[in-house]
Design a protein. Structure first.
Length: 206
């Protein structure tokens, strides 16, 4: 593991259900990071906001956002990650994508779907807990509601850094911060949390 890992956390308002506009926005936000960072983290469903219409707005695995991530990773010479509503093999998943400068993209599908937000009725839960290796750092990807399940996040001496991408409402800001700190303490690891900001198309504030 390298002694340091320069990380850029990008929290911004998202254009509701508009992948093209969000990719354009992030391209502009990220362009100054070339050579300044090793890892860029974007929010959950960073191309659409947390939406329950995947049949209309989910993207094919290997599609435009997948390619965009590869391009950004290569141009910026940094890994870049975030989750995207993805259509794959006849199912919809909330898929965490992790692209590295060599063009490789790894993925993790959100395991714990947010029942209160009806996510369980629109997406399929992931089946595997995964870790990625980057610059010698072992990284555990997690998506939003996964944070509420400490046993699933338990460090089995298999990760150095956990990344939690989210669309976590402002009204629950305190539990968000408290749980991030708790996961770091109980697992003796670094934990990064990246949320979105602003208001979504349903009027929910972040």
């Amino acid at each position: 593991m390298s002694e340091s890992l320069r990380v850029s956390l990008v929290q911004t308002e998202l254009v509701w259900q508009n992948p093209k506009a969000n990719r354009t926005q992030f391209t502009e936000l990220l362009q100054g990071l070339a050579g300044q960072t090793d890892l860029i983290v974007l929010p959950e469903m960073f191309t659409t906001g947390f939406m329950m219409s995947p049949e209309t707005h989910a993207e094919a695995y290997g599609g435009e956002t997948f390619t965009w991530l590869q391009t950004q990773a290569t141009n910026l010479q940094a890994a870049i990650c975030g989750s995207v509503a993805t259509a794959f093999e006849g199912q919809y998943t909330n898929r965490f994508l992790f692209a590295t400068p060599d063009g490789v993209v790894q993925f993790y599908d959100k395991r714990h779907l947010f029942r209160m937000g009806d996510e369980v009725n629109h997406y399929s839960a992931g089946l595997e807990r995964k870790t990625f290796n980057y610059q010698g750092w072992r990284i555990l990807p997690q998506v939003c509601y996964d944070l509420r399940f400490p046993v699933f996040m338990r460090n089995r001496n298999d990760y150095d850094l956990a990344i939690v991408v989210a669309n976590w409402p402002a009204v629950r800001r305190k539990p968000w911060r408290t749980r991030l700190q708790a996961r770091a303490i109980e697992n003796q690891s670094y934990v990064l949390g990246v949320d979105r900001v602003g208001t979504d198309g349903l009027g929910l504030a972040y």
